[in-house]
Ligand binder design. Structure first.
Ligand SMILES: Cc1cc2nc3c(=O)[nH]c(=O)nc-3n(C[C@H](O)[C@H](O)[C@H](O)COP(=O)(O)O)c2cc1C
Length: 662
């Protein structure tokens, strides 16, 4: 693979006074990597600077939440992200500024540029008293003139602080339900004074902010806006209206760049599009902005660009001048260097599962730390820095089970110089991902299987497929360390009369093609993440009539607001009928009985050919227990679902952690 394959991607670009070394941008992503609220700690620096060192030219790190004119007795609401508590914002806090200066220095040392995004969140403050965020009930406070002036100034104050700390560029956030967006959108801006009306009036707030920032920082830094290219919202600006506003903002001569994306904080689509969306699906908004704007204004497009080939095509075919690749860099901070060096097979490509944004907005696991389903270093950068080193003494390591936990244990152990054998009873590694990739819109999970297969081969792990391990097989390999990652099996709720009737099958078996169903299918759902929606959509896509009887209030209640709407809208489109708050009581040959999740009221259903169970899974740890009892293996580990069935990120992390310490 020659280096010139990505000649557009790796060519520098002058953006105002800022020379961006290549076209790859980490647009701002508030993954909350600093674990000290309101400060920039070592975790933050390690997380984002890894991308700069990995070759990403533009580092947007995390947003700066700005100060708001709270009445003095109002409760603090600013303490989000890198925002700071108690009526003043992070950039007014000296330790924050010291930390960010250190961070910008690291970015510059790596040869990249640092862009600071300035954000006023609008859930409580807006041009008009119209609810902003679909997922919240707040009716915001409609801003008065003094408050508007206060906010305009706070952008300029923050821009000055960013400049003093060493930023190369400033971005005013005018997308995603921020204050800038709320002034631009006809849904949220219903004012009839100078701040509202037609497009020319609605852009006034944004223009005033840009003018005020320019007054303070002059032309020494690049200045831009982040805007929504298309609202996808009833009564919102359509694509042409957005184009008109962006064009008019560009005409002021205040801008060096426009960063454009599509979507909302509550989907569908979300501006962090999941695997259900095509790569760069909304790329046309980039091309339109480029057509409308002075060519001196660089256009950055973002939205599910996880592949360097796609990024190169976007640039070559004129969709944008710069490409946002946030999750590409979360999944693999070194992807840019690997691409430039032609090491494409070594890139771990984002599967767009959205765990990163879901976790950052509504953590599943507490205490919070950033997470990525496939990159175990995310949120653990300092631990890796401390522990990742060549093994003092290479050991013989046997890993049993080629699910993701096993693959990661094997991969990391091999990277450290151990001699690793991986025994897998199936025909391919990948474990549960082999079935997770089957439903519509989830084929991206196959990318992670490819990654593991490629890396295990590159690292010379001896992968023995079709091999069932027992104590004798393991001991014959004379291991110094053994990792048991034998996974889990779908749970059968054995206490339910009739559960063993032949028309009751498992969701996993349906996906794997091991169980066929008739035309009318009832899913008994006892999980709140993606499994039930995926099984339901798979069946519906195969022409089945699907009804889900679900234990709680709605499907996917553990999926955060950024992503759950995408899942639920797909259920709607697929014609899947969901009956919430029901538990299975009893199964008969011709029907089944349910009871309320909240009481004893019972319901009877008939007319289904099959019942499909999605009821969680049971860990398979017999082999681990036997080895432990036998006692001859001094370093014995258990990983992934074999210990506790959880999510992909946890399996990845646990497996990799074992690889780190063997
Ligand atoms: C964890 C996370 C936090 C984000 N926070 C912000 C933010 O603070 N401001 C912003 O403008 N966009 C934010 N985004 C959106 C990204 O900048 C980007 O537009 C989005 O992830 C789509 O690009 P990708 O497909 O390359 O990831 C965030 C994204 C993620 C994954």
């Amino acid at each position: 693979m020659s280096k010139t394959q990505f000649e557009h991607l790796f060519s520098p670009l002058q953006v105002g006074p800022m020379l961006v070394p290549n076209r790859i941008c980490e647009t701002t992503n508030s993954i909350n990597s600093s674990l000290i609220p309101g400060e920039i700690d070592d975790n933050f620096v390690a997380h984002h600077a890894a991308k700069a060192r990995g070759g990403t030219g533009w580092i947007g790190s995390e947003t700066w939440l700005l100060n708001l004119p709270f009445p003095s007795e109002a409760p603090d609401e600013v303490g989000l992200g890198v925002g700071f508590a108690s009526h003043y914002a992070a950039y007014q806090n000296p330790p924050f500024l010291e930390g960010i200066k250190r961070f910008y220095d690291e970015v510059h040392d790596a040869g990249s540029v640092a862009i600071t995004q300035l954000t006023h969140l609008s859930a409580m403050w807006s041009p008009s008293a119209v609810p902003i965020i679909g997922a919240q009930d707040h009716v915001p406070h409609a801003m008065g003139e003094e408050e508007i002036e206060f906010c305009i100034n706070s952008y300029a104050d923050a821009a000055t602080a960013a400049k003093d700390a060493g930023a190369d560029g400033i971005q005013m956030h005018c997308a995603h339900e921020t204050m800038g967006y709320c002034f631009l959108s006809p849904v949220t801006n219903r004012r009839t004074d100078q701040w509202g009306g037609g497009p020319q009036e609605r852009i006034r707030f944004v223009v005033k902010v840009l003018e005020r920032i320019r007054e303070r920082i002059g032309d020494s830094l690049a200045l831009g806006v982040r805007v929504t290219g298309k609202e996808f919202r009833r009564g919102g600006a359509d694509h042409l209206q957005m184009r008109e506003m962006i064009h008019h903002i560009g005409e002021t001569g205040l801008l060096d760049f426009v960063d454009i994306d599509v979507g909302h904080c509550w989907g569908a689509p979300s501006y962090v599009p999941s695997s259900y969306y095509d790569e760069a699906e909304f790329r046309e908004v980039g091309k339109a902005a480029r057509t409308d704007l002075d060519p001196k204004i660089a256009v950055l497009f973002s939205g599910r660009v996880n592949d360097v080939g796609v990024a190169e095509t976007l640039l070559k075919d004129g969709y944008c001048d710069l490409v946002g690749m946030v999750r590409a860099g979360i999944a693999d901070p070194e992807f840019a260097n690997k691409a430039r060096e032609g090491r494409l097979m070594e890139i771990r490509r984002c599967v767009a599962c959205t765990r990163c944004i879901d976790e950052a907005s509504e953590p599943i696991t507490l205490p919070y730390k950033p997470r990525c389903s496939i990159n175990p270093m995310v949120g653990n950068e300092l631990r890796w820095k401390e522990l990742f080193r060549p093994a003092d003494e290479p050991k013989r390591v046997v890993v049993v089970g080629g699910g993701i936990a096993g693959c990661e244990a094997a991969r990391v152990a091999a990277m450290r110089g151990h001699q690793v054998t991986l025994l897998e009873q199936g025909k391919r590694v990948g474990g549960q991902l082999l079935i997770a990739k089957k439903p519509p819109g989830r084929d991206s999970f196959e990318d992670q299987i490819y990654f593991e297969e490629n890396e295990l081969a590159r690292l010379k792990v001896d992968v023995q497929l079709d091999t069932r391990a027992d104590i004798d097989v393991i001991k014959a390999l004379s291991p110094d360390a053994v990792v048991i990652s034998t996974g889990s099996v779908p749970r059968v709720p054995n206490d339910i009369p009739g559960i063993d009737l032949p028309h009751v099958v498992q969701g996993w078996d349906v996906l794997a093609g091991k169980a066929a169903t008739g035309d009318r299918v009832a899913i008994i759902s006892m999980e709140d993440y993606y499994e039930t929606p995926c099984v339901a959509e798979f069946l519906a896509a195969n022409g089945k009539h699907v009804e889900v009887f679900h234990k709680s209030t709605h499907l996917g209640s553990e999926i955060a607001r950024y992503s759950v709407s995408m899942v639920l809208s797909r259920m709607e489109q697929a014609g899947v009928i969901v009956h919430p708050n029901l538990l299975l009581n009893e199964v008969h040959a011709d029907g089944f009985e349910l009871r309320s999740s909240f009481g004893e009221k019972t319901y009877h259903e008939k007319g289904f050919d099959n019942l499909v169970l999605v009821c969680g899974s049971l860990p398979q740890h017999d082999l681990y227990d036997q080895l432990k009892a036998e006692g001859s293996i001094s370093q014995l580990y258990i990983a992934g679902s074999a210990w506790l069935p959880r999510f992909l990120a946890e399996a990845t992390e646990q497996g990799a952690n074992i690889g780190l310490v063997i």
